[in-house]
Write a protein that binds this ligand. Structure first.
Ligand SMILES: [Zn+2]
Length: 437
C-alpha cells in the first residue's frame, strides 16, 4: 500500500500526455505542416488530438537523418500554423543502445523491450514478485468491464518468467533517460508489440504490476494485439476477437491505475502500422463506451502519400514515382529484410517496372492509395513502396526538391489520408459507426 501511494505521487507529476494523441511519421521531414493541419481540422470539430512525431532509430539510419531534425520540422509547423496545443517528439522503439542520440530532442520515449521477452530473470526475482503480489492470484472480476480471470500459481509463475526480465529492462532504460533529463520531463511508453505472440489481458495486468514495481511511470503501453498489423495495409485477423481483447485491455489498464498507483492518464498505444481500417470502428466504440483515451501510432505511411502526390502531379513527379518503384522492385529482398515481421508481399503479385512505366497518374495513384473499394488498389505494390523509402533517401536532394515542386498535390493527399482515413473513424465518428455495428 505504502509503495503504491508513494508511486502515485511521483507518477502524477510532470509532463502529461493528453487523452487522445496521434503518432505520425514523417520520414523526409517535409509533411509536418500537412499532418498538423489534419489535427487542426479535428480541433475545429471540438476534439483535441495531440500530434506526436515519431521516428525510430531504424528510420533515421535508413534515411540518414538525425533525431534533432524531427523536432525542428515539428516546431516549424507549429509556428507556421499557430498550433497552441501540446505536441511531442517520440524517440520511437529505443533501447539502451540507441537512446542517447535522442536525449537532446525528444520528450516522449518508447522503451522497446520486446526483444527481452522470454529471457529468464533471476529465479529469486520471480519468487519475490509472486510473494509481493498475492492479489494477482485472487479471482478477479472487473465488473461491467468485460474482464474476469483467475490465475493459478503456476500460470502466474509462467507469465512472470516470460515478462519479468523485459519489465526490468524497461526500468533500466527509464532510469537512464531519467538520469539525463530528470523525472517528469518526458513521457514514457513501454512497447512489446514487435514480437510474434500477442500478450493476453491477464499478461498485460502482470506486466503493469511489474512495471510499477520498477518505478516506470508509463503513460502508454503498446502490447502486441491479436492479429497481424502489417505496415500500411489493413488488419488481418478476427475483428470481433480483437474487440473483446481490446476492451479487456482497457479494463485491465483502468484497474492497474488504481491497484498499482500508475499515472491516471495511462492508456493503450496502438502501433497500428497505419491503415487498420477494419478495426477502427471497434476501437471507436470501445473508447465511446468507456471514456478511455488512446494513442494511435501510425507508421511512416505519409511517405506513401508523397508518392501518390508525386504521381498525381504528373510530368516529372510521376516519372520520379515510377523510377522509385523500379529501383525498389530491383532491390526488393534487401528492402524487405528489416521489415520481415511486419509485411506480407507476394512477389508474383507485384507489377513489373515495365508495366508501371506505362501507367498514367491515375493508375499509379489508384494502385498505391489505400482505398479497399478501388479494384486497382494493389496491397503488394503498396507494401513494397512502403519499405522502399531507402530508394528515395538515396536520391537525396533530387527527391526533396520534387517534394517542394509538387507540394500542393502532396499535402492534399497527406491531409486527406490522416483526417479522413484515420482521425475521423477513430476519434470523431459518431452515429455513423454506431449504425455499422
Ligand atoms: Zn511498434
Amino acid at each position: 500500500m505504502t509503495s503504491s501511494a508513494t508511486h502515485s505521487l511521483a507518477f502524477s507529476a510532470g509532463l502529461r500526455l493528453a487523452k487522445y494523441s496521434l503518432g505520425v511519421g514523417d520520414r523526409f521531414a517535409h509533411q509536418a505542416r500537412a499532418q498538423l493541419r489534419a489535427c487542426l481540422m479535428a480541433a475545429q470539430r471540438g476534439v483535441e488530438i495531440v500530434p506526436v512525431w515519431n521516428k525510430s532509430n531504424r528510420e533515421h539510419l535508413i534515411v540518414g537523418s538525425r533525431p534533432g531534425s524531427v523536432r525542428a520540422a515539428a516546431e516549424k509547423a507549429v509556428r507556421e500554423l499557430g498550433w497552441t496545443g501540446p505536441f511531442h517528439v517520440d524517440a520511437d522503439h529505443i533501447n539502451l543502445d540507441t537512446v542517447d542520440g535522442f536525449l537532446q530532442s525528444s520528450d516522449f520515449y518508447t522503451l522497446d523491450v520486446a526483444y527481452a521477452i522470454g529471457r529468464p530473470p533471476q529465479p529469486s526475482k520471480i519468487d519475490a514478485f509472486i510473494d509481493g503480489h498475492p492479489e494477482l492470484l485472487r479471482p478477479m472480476e472487473l465488473q461491467g468491464r468485460g474482464f474476469s480471470r483467475q490465475l493459478s500459481p503456476q500460470g502466474l509463475a509462467e507469465i512472470a518468467t516470460k515478462y519479468l526480465f523485459a519489465t526490468q529492462e524497461a526500468g533500466r532504460i527509464y532510469r537512464h533517460i531519467e538520469s539525463a533529463l530528470g523525472p517528469g520531463a518526458f513521457i514514457t511508453e513501454v512497447s512489446m508489440d514487435e514480437t510474434d505472440t500477442p500478450q493476453s489481458p491477464a499478461e498485460l495486468l502482470v506486466i503493469l504490476a511489474a512495471l510499477s514495481d520498477e518505478g516506470v511511470p508509463l503513460q502508454t503501453i503498446a502490447p502486441k494485439f491479436t492479429g497481424r498489423f502489417n505496415k500500411g495495409v489493413d488488419y488481418v485477423g478476427d475483428v470481433s476477437q480483437f474487440e473483446v481483447e481490446f476492451r479487456s485491455d482497457l479494463a485491465v489498464i483502468a484497474h492497474a491505475i488504481d491497484a498499482y498507483g500508475l499515472p491516471a492518464q495511462l492508456k493503450l498505444s496502438i502501433h497500428s502500422g497505419s491503415d487498420k481500417f477494419s478495426i477502427y470502428p471497434a476501437i471507436r466504440r470501445a473508447l465511446r463506451d468507456t471514456g478511455a483515451g488512446v494513442h494511435v501510432k501510425t507508421a511512416g505511411t505519409t511517405w506513401l502519400e508523397e508518392l501518390v502526390g508525386l504521381a498525381e502531379a504528373g510530368g516529372d513527379g510521376l516519372a520520379l514515382a515510377k523510377e522509385i518503384y523500379a529501383e525498389a522492385h530491383a532491390h526488393r529482398d534487401e528492402l524487405c529484410a528489416p521489415y520481415a515481421a511486419v509485411i506480407d508481399i507476394g512477389a508474383e503479385k507485384l507489377p513489373s517496372p515495365l508495366q508501371v512505366n506505362g501507367w498514367s497518374s491515375r493508375q499509379y495513384a489508384d494502385a498505391l492509395r489505400h482505398d479497399p473499394k478501388c479494384p486497382e488498389y494493389n496491397s503488394d505494390f503498396r507494401q513494397l513502396l512502403h519499405v522502399g523509402y531507402k530508394v528515395a533517401a538515396k536520391l537525396g536532394q533530387r527527391y526533396l526538391d520534387m517534394l517542394v515542386a509538387c507540394e500542393d498535390s502532396i499535402s492534399r493527399n497527406v491531409i486527406a489520408n490522416l483526417y479522413q482515413r484515420h482521425i475521423t473513424p477513430i476519434f470523431l465518428a459518431g452515429d455513423a459507426s454506431a449504425q455499422a455495428r
